[in-house]
Design a protein around this ligand. Structure first.
Ligand SMILES: Nc1ncnc2c1ncn2[C@@H]1O[C@H](COP(=O)(O)OP(=O)(O)OP(=O)(O)O)[C@@H](O)[C@H]1O
Ligand SMILES: [Mg+2]
Length: 656
């Protein structure tokens, strides 16, 4: 119990405190009412003391106040009622505005009597400050989200859109209000990884996740977006705020960059492979060049030697044939002479092969129908290869004619057949076939049409090393005395000189195929078709012959033959001398001149003579092919070495 002094002090304090203090009894009547509450309720203490609290504040009955007061009396519990959750008492501040307050309700007892104390606190200032702060915060927040370049969309756990910022307009093409209430799915392509990411973000309460997705603009087009997700909870509900950054342009630029990089890389690779290819081609070309230079110099050497031998053989053959005529009939001498002539003739065959390799053979180019030439050779070929080898020939009527020297072609085919025979000692088969080729480019020839003759055997074939050298002159695997190694050289030289080529393919144990590429005859060439030369017997006539040759031996041999044929001969050792003789000496019926001479060659001499004496027949004697092919027709022609019969027929022809 308080004494009087204390009562006085308590009364002063009771009225001085800055909170409202109200005590009510179990009947609900006001027992204490301090100054503060009297002021804000606008009711002085004397007016309310002893009165029912609910009569003073009738509206308080509709609040939670009666219930918590009853609890305080019945179970002695204390409660706090806050202004935010409860509409409380109609109190007013000094300015007359509503006074925001909280009420603490607690039981008190005095002298075995229970009371209930209501402590009413003014929270107007704190609440106002809080509101101002919140408004400021909100303003700051809006300033940020509305000026953000990315679209910000908040959804609930059912993906319903609750809130969007202004950027959805330019990022996704939607009006600000259009999206509210819609499902987020309208912004996504189907099967989008965002949906599982959202579910995961909610389930794991993830605060921050980032993901790249394909989204959909309002116009229906697709775009690429980097989206960051932030999960948050409020009022026991889950929300996710998504921030959408449009990266379509960047993705396109990246793709373009990637494409450009890929293109650059593939260009680089292509370039590298091209460089490699070129280098390889260059190496091959260099090897081929080296090979052809080697062959060229061997050819020149061979050609030079063969030419000199040819001249010597011409002398020997000429002299021998004259000897045979002049020496009286004697069996032994005549046998010896025949053997010498045969030997010289074999030598001539050899030099002609050498000349063929050196591409210096005198070619009589003519129109050759393979359908005729090959079957006509068959008997001879069979004879050459023997009975153990079967020959198959296939030349269809479509195969075009070729323009080559027929004799040389026959020789070439015989050479190939003999090679095949040597490769098939136990027998086998030899096939000669022909076909047209429209373009020679494949084998390094011009684009012109060609005809190919293939000669295939089923023989032992060649090793790589043999194949590489087979065309070289004097290369043979047949042992000394058995092969000259000139067969393929001759064929190769002949085809090259004819404007074609030879190709060999062969493997050990798999036989060999040799292909001859020969120039196809032009249609009008048919008119110039080879006529079989008919030996014509001319009545003997006496001719005055001007014989020009720088080689004294050859000249003497030829002069002897001419004399033997009943003609008179004047010899000149050079072109200049010949021209002088033509001016001073009695008229000549014919000029026979060597081609290869120092100073003025036979062709130049023939031309000079033709200018002055166009009617005078001229014969060019040559074992060479330096003579331009088209020019040789202007003059008569004699191939060295020649016999007196060859000479006689050349004279006849020239005088015709
Ligand atoms: N059909 C072939 N099958 C297997 N090897 C071949 C064939 N043709 C040529 N050869 C090889 O090429 C080499 C050269 O041939 P080439 O015809 O030039 O000379 P050869 O036949 O040896 O001598 P020759 O022709 O003077 O008798 C031969 O020795 C042989 O080794
Ligand atoms: Mg051979």
């Amino acid at each position: 119990m308080l004494d009087n002094v204390s009562d006085l002090v308590f009364g002063a304090v009771f009225d001085a405190v800055d909170i409202g203090l109200v005590v009510i009894d179990s009947e609900g009547c006001v027992v204490c009412w301090n100054e503060w509450i009297a002021r804000v309720a606008r009711r002085p203490a004397q007016e309310v003391l002893g009165k029912s609290f609910y009569n003073i504040f009738p509206d308080a009955r509709r609040t939670r106040l009666p219930a918590v007061i009853a609890d305080a009396f019945q179970v002695g519990s204390s409660s706090i009622l806050t202004h935010t959750l409860n509409a409380l008492l109609p109190l007013r501040g000094e300015g007359g505005g509503p006074l925001l307050h909280n009420i603490i309700v607690r039981p008190v007892s005095s002298m075995h009597t229970n009371y209930c104390l209501l402590q009413i606190t003014d929270v107007t200032v704190a609440v106002t400050r809080e509101r101002v702060l919140r408004e400021r915060q909100n303003a700051r927040y809006h300033a940020i989200v509305d000026s953000a370049p990315d679209a910000i969309i908040t959804i609930d756990d059912s993906r319903n859109i609750h809130w969007v910022n202004g950027a959805v307009d330019h990022v996704l093409g939607y009006d600000h209000s259009e999206l509210l209430g819609q499902k987020l799915d309208v912004l996504l392509e189907p099967d989008n990884p965002l949906l599982p990411a959202l579910a995961e973000s909610v389930a794991d309460q993830k605060v921050d996740t980032a993901i790249s997705v394909v989204g959909r603009y309002k116009n229906g087009k697709s775009g690429y977006f980097d989206i960051s997700l932030g999960h948050w909870r409020a009022d026991q509900r889950d929300f996710v705020t998504t921030v959408w950054r449009d990266v379509t342009e960047r993705v396109a630029a990246d793709a373009a960059l990637r494409d450009a990089r890929d293109a650059l890389q593939s260009t680089n690779e292509e370039l590298e492979s091209r460089v490699e290819e070129r280098t390889r081609e260059r190496e091959i070309a260099l090897r081929q060049l080296h090979e052809s230079q080697k062959m060229e110099s061997i050819g020149q050497l061979t050609g030079g030697v063969a030419h000199d031998f040819n001249n010597l053989l011409a002398v020997i053959l000429g002299s021998l044939s004259l000897l045979k005529k002049t020496i009286p009939e004697d069996a032994r001498i005549s046998r010896l002479l025949d053997r010498a002539i045969q030997g010289a003739e074999r030598g001539a065959t050899l030099t002609s092969r050498l000349l063929a390799f050196a591409r210096r053979q005198e070619l009589k180019v003519e129109f050759v129908a393979l359908q005729k030439l090959i079957p006509e050779m068959l008997d001879f070929l069979r004879h050459s290869v023997g009975p153990n080898i079967t020959i198959h020939v296939g030349v269809s009527s479509e195969v075009c004619a070729v323009e080559v020297d027929a004799n040389q072609l026959e020789l070439a085919l015989i050479n190939l057949a003999v090679n095949a025979r040597d490769a098939m000692p136990q027998g086998g088969s030899l096939t000669i076939a022909c076909h047209n080729e429209e373009n020679g480019k494949r084998v390094g020839l011009p684009r012109d049409p060609f005809v190919c003759i293939t000669v295939t055997d089923t023989g032992e074939g060649m090793t790589e090393a043999t194949l590489a050298r087979a065309q070289e002159p004097f290369f043979t695997t047949k042992g000394i005395g058995k092969g000259t190694g000139l067969g393929l050289s001759m064929v190769q030289g002949f085809t090259a000189q004819s404007g074609g080529a030879m190709r060999i393919s062969s493997r050990p144990g798999e036989g060999t195929t040799v292909t001859l590429w020969l120039p196809r005859a032009k249609q009008d060439a048919k008119a110039a078709s080879a006529e079989t030369e008919i030996a014509r017997t001319k009545e003997a006539r006496h001719l005055r012959v001007l014989l020009v040759d720088d080689d004294i031996l050859v000249s003497m041999g030829a002069a002897d033959m001419l004399l033997d044929l009943g003609h008179s001969v004047t010899e000149a050792p050079s072109g200049a001398q010949a021209l002088r003789l033509l001016e001073t000496d009695p008229p000549f019926d014919i000029v026979v001149t060597d081609y290869a001479m120092p100073g003025m060659n036979g062709f130049e001499l023939a031309q000079r003579i033709k200018e002055k004496r166009p009617k005078l027949p001229i014969i060019l004697a040559t074992g060479y092919a330096e003579l331009p092919a088209d020019r040789s027709i202007e003059f008569g022609h004699l191939s060295k070495p020649y016999t007196s019969r060859d000479l006689a027929s050349a004279l006849d022809k020239a005088l015709d």
